[in-house]
Design a binder for this molecule. Structure first.
Ligand code: BGC
Length: 476
């Protein structure tokens, strides 16, 4: 197997790998800076690009597992709109019925908020027709719905929140600044759908709540402290004590604390500390929310493939790879390689662990997904870059987790249970080695120094839907 790369190509590759390298000192410094940014976000009365939004959710307690009843949840956050009904049994378990609807691209980047929200209301109707045809006849009352809306929203009550900006692949300018609960409710009302939107939640808040509901500390010997997503985008939510949320003017009476949606995707938008390779810069320049969510753009599923694609194009332009292909095609490359956003992070997850002779598996995958023929050297380059990009992503992902663990540990100082973290999203669930790499970097930051407590990452599937239903339950 011709595994030795030509010297110059190897040197160019090592240079790029070096740019993606993260050392221990960086992790420790970045965690300190993250802590500062959390604090600023909890103090600042107005959202600012400089610090994390740290958005109060108006959820003032975590579920005990005893909640019960039938609730609806609708979840908008990625390429699918999910509607589900959740029957909470009051014993940490639930039944879930759900349908997914792929959102047409022109609604994600359209000019009118109502086009999107009418589509969402329609799909809620379709779901009710399919799964709860009895609702209209048997119930005089509207069904309560928790709306998971996974974008930065300035929330002012459990059922009120204005969109601050779109992230991921959404861009419908006339929605910004408007109340997304009202937009959905208005469209449901026009269509005479017997549903009342009683709560608005970020998907990470939902994940925290659903894992807290499912977790029975008597068996796991652990308290659930964070809900997080590493999927198309990334973010996390945790329970903060009221005294630290100094910006909160209308704190609900008697509340000891509140779940905070950190919007950590926006950590260090000003790039004081985050690595900023030329590849990161190009990727940012291709997005609709330039200069925002800079942390997310180094970590989450939407961006990993694009960083790789941009790095490959760089090596091509320097004359290192795809030269024969270019000449054979009479001066062009496959359009899926040349066009942004065509390289899915799922493809990287296969390449990451390919140990077949001459990376034959990767050859097939690249051919099938990108229509990209490759030689062995090119595939070695692609695999090494994939590993460097995903390793950096997982190491960076440890920063918010470790910092929040350090922040909340005092809330549990009289309790010797472990900590567990509810996790959802394709990257954390399926990307090979991602969780392990996070935990290695977590140990470097070592937020529980001197304690015997452990931290466990628990996959909380469908967390956001169940979580929204739980919030709807508390809103009644
Ligand atoms: C959004 C968050 C969301 C996260 C995960 C980010 O782009 O800003 O609100 O929680 O993606 O879905």
């Amino acid at each position: 197997m011709a595994t030795t790369l030509p010297e110059k190509l190897n040197a160019a590759l090592e240079d790029i790998e070096g740019q993606f390298y993260i050392d221990d000192d960086f992790l420790i410094k970045a965690s300190e800076y993250f802590e500062e940014s959390m604090k600023q976000g909890l103090e600042a009365s107005k959202p600012d690009r400089k610090h994390m939004p740290m958005i109060p959710s108006y959820v003032t307690s975590l579920p005990s597992g005893k909640e019960s009843g039938l609730y609806l949840a609708a979840d908008l956050g990625g390429t699918n709109f999910r509607v589900c009904s959740v029957d909470l049994h009051g014993d940490h378990t639930f039944d879930l019925k759900q349908s997914k609807y792929k959102i047409p691209h022109d609604l994600m980047v359209g000019n009118h908020a109502d086009h999107l929200f009418k589509y969402l209301a329609d799909k809620i109707q379709t779901f009710l027709d399919e799964h709860h045809a009895d609702v209209k006849e048997t119930q005089g009352e509207d069904l309560k719905l928790g709306f998971t809306f996974s974008f930065p929203v300035e929330q002012t009550a459990l059922d009120r929140g204005k969109l601050l900006r779109w992230t991921k692949s959404f861009d419908i300018p006339d929605t910004v600044g408007r109340d997304v609960v009202q937009l959905l409710q208005a469209n449901l009302t026009v269509l005479e759908i017997p549903v009342q939107v009683v709560a608005l939640a970020n998907d990470t808040v939902g994940t925290l709540l659903s894992r807290s509901y499912a977790n029975n500390p008597a068996y796991t010997n652990a308290n659930t402290i964070i809900g997080l997503i590493f999927g198309t985008g990334t973010n996390g939510a945790y329970f903060e004590t009221i005294d630290k949320i100094t910006k909160l003017e209308n704190a609900p009476k008697g509340a000891k604390g509140m779940v905070i949606n950190t919007e950590w995707g926006s950590f260090d938008n000003e790039l004081h500390i985050l690595p900023n390779t030329i590849f990161d810069q190009i990727v940012d320049s291709e997005t609709a929310n330039k200069g925002y969510h800079m942390f997310e753009k180094r970590i989450s599923g939407l961006f990993l493939g694009e960083i790789l694609r941009v790095a490959l194009m760089y090596l091509f332009e320097k004359g290192f790879i795809f030269q024969d292909l270019y000449n054979d095609r009479g001066g062009s490359l496959p359009h899926r390689l040349v066009q942004p956003w065509q390289l899915d992070s799922e493809v990287l997850s296969y390449i990451q662990i390919d140990d077949s002779t001459n990376l034959k598996m990767s050859e097939l995958i690249l051919q099938n997904t990108l229509r990209l023929p490759t030689n062995t050297h090119e595939r070695i380059v692609i695999q090494r870059l994939t590993r460097a990009i995903s390793k950096r992503a997982a190491q960076l992902a440890a920063i918010p987790i470790a910092t929040i663990v350090r922040d909340v540990k005092d809330q549990y100082k009289d309790d010797d249970k472990d900590f567990e973290i509810g996790c959802d999203g394709s990257v954390i669930e399926f990307y090979p080695g991602f969780k392990d790499e996070i935990m290695k970097a977590f140990q470097v930051i070592d937020p529980l120094k001197g304690s015997t407590k452990q931290v466990h990452l628990k996959i909380a599937k469908d967390g956001s839907g169940v979580g929204a239903a739980l919030i709807a339950a508390t809103a009644v």
